[in-house]
Design a protein around this ligand. Structure first.
Ligand code: PMV
Length: 353
């Protein structure tokens, strides 16, 4: 971790005012991260892998002003032009967490302006894309302070910082398939930052559609930080972590072979395992809604009848992500428009980049 430490300087090689703008994608995990190590900050208990999602992203503008007198963090936050004082505690907590690695943050006044491309109240978590775009902006400052900073380090540290804001945000730094969490079969994988998936991927998995069916727009029943914490006393947790690691080995082989059916079976199993963990923690929660189940039923029916490759995954909420090869999009959109749209509040078309 020492590699990410920044030595504070007396004088900075940066204009006293400026702005950096960065875009970052949301991501959807194929193998889910659910559960983190006790007493450590954002260290996962199993490795996870996600696709970054085109169309579903956050743009953050970080406006900075070098302070005359250096005191403490100073930040204002705006979402889509409206000031959000309610976001400040989370940002300050993030700044405190990363201050050891970015000690220069105390020397600036900041204004953070952020916009999401996806509807504000769609139930889609924005923390991954917003924390990762903010981490990228911070790294732009660091690049000015350390002009010799290498591109590889820029992204590694951005991912490291994003992780300290919101675990899965560390995967949003890169496009495509991204791995976070050490796994014996994935070279370079580690718990501190994410890496682009380093192995061969069959072309079928480089052009996948992801249509997000928004079933419920209300905030999630259980925050992810609470959910991760509850895994520490979930009676099935140990087996879940073993299973996730085995699933990663299976997925490596599937991605190489281009086997869509195995892929679908694996990601649906992962999604349902995540919800099984949520349902069996203490206290327990049920994040799916009746319309989530209606959609899953229809997807299974449609698949049986049409033999089309359409599979679902879920995050820790009621919304459904439908994954399919982009070449089959026409058929899939027919199914969505004819049979699924009545269960949804919104439909967001995206694809995995
Ligand atoms: O990054 P967090 O703490 O919001 O956790 C994300 C958890 C899931 O979205 C359910 C799974 C994942 O790996 O993204």
């Amino acid at each position: 971790m020492d590699q990410f430490f920044y030595y504070r300087k007396k004088k900075y090689s940066i204009n006293s005012n400026g702005v950096f703008t960065k875009k970052s994608f949301s991501n959807i995990a194929l193998i889910k991260y659910w559960g983190k190590q006790k007493n450590r900050i954002q260290i996962p208990l199993n490795s996870s892998i996600s696709y970054s999602l085109e169309n579903v992203y956050t743009v953050t503008r970080l406006i900075y002003h070098l302070k005359e007198k250096k005191r403490n963090f100073s930040v204002r936050v705006f979402l889509s032009g409206k000031e959000k004082t309610s976001f400040i505690p989370k940002i300050l907590e993030f700044f405190h967490r990363i201050s050891f690695y970015c000690s220069y943050l105390r020397d600036f006044n900041f204004v953070i302006e952020t916009e999401n491309t996806f509807p504000h109240s769609s139930g889609i978590a924005s923390s991954a894309s917003s924390m990762s775009s903010l981490a990228l902006c911070i790294m732009e400052i660091e690049k000015k302070l350390v002009p010799s900073l290498k591109e590889d380090f820029f992204f590694k540290k951005a991912s490291f910082l994003a992780r300290l804001g919101s675990g899965s945000a560390c995967r949003s730094i890169y496009p495509g398939l991204v791995v976070w969490g050490g796994h014996k079969s994935i070279k370079g994988s580690n718990n501190l930052y994410a890496i682009p998936y380093p192995y061969q991927v069959h072309p079928i998995f480089t052009k996948m559609g992801d249509t997000i069916l928004v079933i419920d727009e209300t905030p999630k029943q259980i925050s992810s930080s609470k959910g991760h914490q509850l895994m520490n006393c979930n009676p099935y947790a140990k087996e879940r972590f073993k299973c996730a690691n085995k699933n990663m080995d299976r997925l490596i082989s599937i991605l190489k072979r281009g086997d869509l059916q195995d892929f679908g079976e694996l990601i649906e199993h992962e999604a349902l395992s995540l919800h099984a963990m949520i349902m069996t923690s203490s206290p327990y929660f049920l994040c799916m809604k009746p319309n989530t189940l209606n959609v899953l039923d229809k997807v299974w029916d449609f698949r049986k009848q049409s033999r089309k490759n359409i599979y679902f995954t879920l995050d820790a909420g009621a919304n459904v992500h439908l994954l399919y090869p982009l070449q089959e999009k026409k058929f899939i959109m027919k199914l969505i428009n004819n049979d699924l749209s009545s269960y949804c509040k919104k439909i967001i078309e995206s694809f995995c980049i």
